[in-house]
Design a protein around this ligand. Structure first.
Ligand code: PXP
Length: 238
């Protein structure tokens, strides 16, 4: 059964809507941990539209579980990661205009940059995961880059409009998990997972972690963060 890591970016999104201090993603992270989350994920974007440097700095000091810092493969972010030393970094693609991370990282197409970034992070003893689409060439390039883990983008599965498309997208994820495991990579998954579509992904053997944000924060607005996280932990476990 996968462990649940909660992405708290959208707690910061609500705070940034007014530019003040509330709600504090650090407080949210503590509640997530108390409710059974195995880790906290934060994406420090170049434009700082949600999480801020201060969030990552305080989380590093206060988290009892693990900090997974999502970031683009830029020298600014590598510098911050080396200073903060999160437990792991997930490299993601970043476009200024996108609403959320739209697709996986093109490791094959940007191989030298990704490999160089992975090397720099690993030299600072940071574990590195790459967020990729479930495609064989991306899996092999991820392995060749020296990254230890791949996170499969489940957005196409989550967005599938018909049952047939959903089955096909899920099969791509399942096959990719097998391929990644067969070449010695560790595997996680995330994006677009919610209380209604997560069970099918949980049932795929070999996925160690699920990284889930928007659906949990959305439910938390209505029922509270503690209950929202406990409900998702339950779905990851049974
Ligand atoms: N994994 C990665 C790499 C992401 O960029 C995101 C979104 O920030 C997630 C998982 C979580 O996606 P969602 O918010 O749709 O659960």
């Amino acid at each position: 059964m996968p462990r649940l890591n909660v992405n708290i970016d959208h707690v910061a999104t609500i705070r940034q809507a007014r530019g003040g201090n509330d709600p504090d993603p650090v407080a949210a992270a503590t509640i997530c941990e108390l409710a059974g989350a195995s880790g906290i994920v934060v994406h420090l974007r170049e434009d700082r539209r949600h999480a801020q440097d201060r969030d990552i700095e305080i989380l590093r000091k206060t988290l009892k579980t693990k900090l997974n810092m999502e970031m683009a493969a830029t020298s600014e972010m590598v510098g911050i990661a080396k200073k903060i030393k999160p437990d792991m970094v997930t490299l993601v693609p970043e476009k200024r205009q996108e609403v959320t991370t739209e697709g996986g990282l093109d490791v094959t197409g940007n191989f030298e940059l990704i490999k160089d970034t992975v090397n720099k992070l690993k030299k600072s003893d940071i574990f590195v995961s790459l967020f990729i689409d479930p495609e064989d060439s991306q899996i092999q390039s991820s392995k060749d880059s020296g990254a230890q883990m791949v996170e499969f983008h489940t957005g196409s599965y989550a967005d599938a409009k018909t049952e047939m498309d959903q089955i096909n997208e899920l099969k791509k994820v399942k096959d990719s998990v097998e391929t990644a495991l067969s070449i010695g990579m560790r595997v996680s998954a995330g994006h677009g997972l919610n209380y209604f579509n997560v069970r099918e992904v949980v049932s795929i053997d070999g996925i160690e972690e699920l990284n889930i944000g928007h659906s949990i924060v959305s439910r938390a607005v209505l029922v509270g963060m503690d209950e929202a996280v406990r409900d998702m932990v339950y779905l990851c476990e049974v």
